[in-house]
Design a protein around this ligand. Structure first.
Ligand code: BES
Ligand code: MN
Ligand code: ZN
Length: 492
């Protein structure tokens, strides 16, 4: 789909369908031809401008059917970029349902914050068009070909095109993350995830290095190796490097994404009804790969390295067992009390790797780590554990830019005390006293070597089978994390 910008005066009189955003309580429509009609419609109570309300007017102009789709914004005082993102996505679905191929969206009435608005609308338009139907014989064909955002007559189109470009880069990162998460585990093996990352790196402009099983063993990443041992699909360590600020080469932001291409639970086997959803257990990996693609496309002037320890947690004669005591790249030993608490093991070694081998100075790890996070926060917000107020406040600022919500858990020493092992330095699960999302995060924190660190548990936000809580999401993967990490890299 193509997104264009045009000035109001240049689209006047064109016979193309329009989207007009209408407030409930303020008249701001600049479409001259619509002012009077809108007044009548409101007066006769056909349409009031309430948030998400839609009303279609059909006209015939020069033998062509031209529609004007009104979408309500609600009250002016509640206007925000997040609202515009949702409303834009909502109206895009309506336009698609009405089989409109070409539409002009009027945003010339919003005089303030236009660059942000254009970026947000571009994101919403592209994100709302996503479908995962590549394995269906009957695909939904793309009807909508072109959206023209109509800006005011004084706007500098060339400057604003940069915001369209950024919206594109950000949305495409999100959609890449969604696509990877939606892919089934028979297709998206660790090797396939690695190969796709290589392709993304080539297309977007970052370096990718892949380590195979032998090389991972040589790095002494025993925790990572242990988790993947039960699968015939060998593990891959995926390393992505983007050095956008070579003058400041000691300042490296490190992203670590959980990359379980499938998590059956191992010998502590999961139950059948929702086990299939564990194809999404590489949501963290999807997020970091998506974010790297956006960062590189936008040539952000920061150094960012990302690591994914990709493997599969299965059962076989070579799988790891409950009771096993394993080593880590860091040197701390771990007693395995539950083979289903595997994510933290792979993350532990990936974090050590990114610090010791890649020189990361700050760490963000992102993972579909615990069922407990959903119990605590539901699917609205991502749970966070951090050892650093400054980095967390930057994450909060990034979160406000993209409306991917975060909430920081407490991380008192009493929680850390629960991580102690009986027969090793650490145990991979804690006593059943609750707080599982916190202790899982703190387990990863045991490996950050005092670096500023933020842990994001996206187990409940990365994938949803129910009604999505954003208009630009569909059932299935949300791609959560990709936009958040992109915004964080920009801010930090
Ligand atoms: N991948 C799961 C967590 C998960 C659950 C992700 C639901 C997405 C949806 C993780 O590896 C896991 O199995 N966690 C266990 C930890 C427990 C054994 C301490 C859990 O949350 O039950
Ligand atoms: Mn598990
Ligand atoms: Zn898992």
């Amino acid at each position: 789909m193509k997104i264009k910008l045009q000035r109001y005066k240049d689209v006047e009189g064109a016979n193309i369908s329009k989207v007009v955003m209408v407030f409930e309580d303020t008249e701001t429509t600049s479409c001259d031809g619509l002012k009077e009609i809108l007044r009548c419609i409101k007066e006769e109570k056909h349409f009031s401008g309430k948030k998400n309300e839609i009303y279609t007017l059909t006209n015939v102009e020069n033998n062509r059917v031209v529609k004007s789709i009104l979408i309500g914004l609600g009250e002016y005082k509640h206007l925000s970029i997040d609202l515009i993102r949702n409303v834009s996505a909502k109206v895009m679905k309506e336009i698609t349902a009405q089989k409109i191929t070409n539409v002009a969206m009027y945003i010339d009435q919003f005089t303030s914050n236009t660059p942000e608005l254009i970026k947000a609308m571009t994101e919403a338009i592209l994100m709302s068009a996503y479908r995962f139907d590549k394995y269906k014989s009957e695909k939904v064909s793309e009807v909508l070909k072109e959206v023209t955002l109509v800006v005011n007559n004084e706007a500098d189109i060339n400057v604003l095109m940069d915001n369209v470009k950024e919206g594109h880069a950000v949305a495409e990162g999100n959609l890449l993350a969604r696509e990877l998460v939606n892919e089934p585990a028979n297709i998206l093996t660790p090797a396939e995830l690695a190969e796709r990352t290589v392709t993304v790196g080539k297309n977007c402009g970052f370096e990718v290095e892949i380590f195979d099983r032998k090389e991972i063993e040589n790095l002494e990443m025993e925790a990572f190796i242990s988790v993947g041992k039960g699968s015939a699909n060998e593990p891959k360590l995926i390393v992505m490097r983007y050095m956008g600020n070579p003058e400041d080469k000691n300042n490296i932001l490190g992203f670590v994404g959980k990359g379980l291409t499938f998590d059956a639970g191992g010998y502590c086997l999961k139950t059948a009804p929702t086990m299939w959803q564990m194809k999404t257990d590489m949501g963290g990996a999807g997020a970091v790969i998506g974010a790297m693609s956006s960062i590189a496309k936008m040539k952000i002037k920061k150094n960012v390295v990302a690591v994914v320890a990709a493997c599969e947690n299965l059962i076989s004669g070579t799988a790891y067992r409950p009771g096993d005591i394993i080593n880590t790249m860091n040197g701390k030993t771990i007693e395995i009390l539950n083979t289903d608490a595997e994510g933290r093991l792979t993350l532990a070694d990936a974090v050590t790797y990114i610090i010791r081998r890649e020189g990361a100075s700050k760490i963000i790890d992102i993972a579909t780590l615990t069922g407990a996070v959903g119990g605590a926060l539901g699917n609205v917000v991502t749970g966070v554990v951090s050892n650093n107020d400054e980095l967390y406040s930057k994450l909060e600022a990034a979160s406000k830019k993209c409306d991917e919500k975060v909430w920081r858990f407490p991380a008192f020493d009493e929680y850390k005390a629960l991580l102690k092992g009986n027969n090793a330095d650490l145990a991979n699960i804690t006593a059943p006293v609750g707080g599982g999302a916190i202790t899982a995060g703190l387990f990863v924190g045991e490996f950050v070597e005092e670096k500023p660190w933020v842990h994001l548990d996206i187990a409940a936000t990365a994938f949803s089978e129910g009604t999505p809580n954003k208009e630009y999401f569909t059932k299935g993967a949300t791609g959560i994390g990709s936009r958040l990490l992109y915004e964080l890299a920009k801010i930090d």
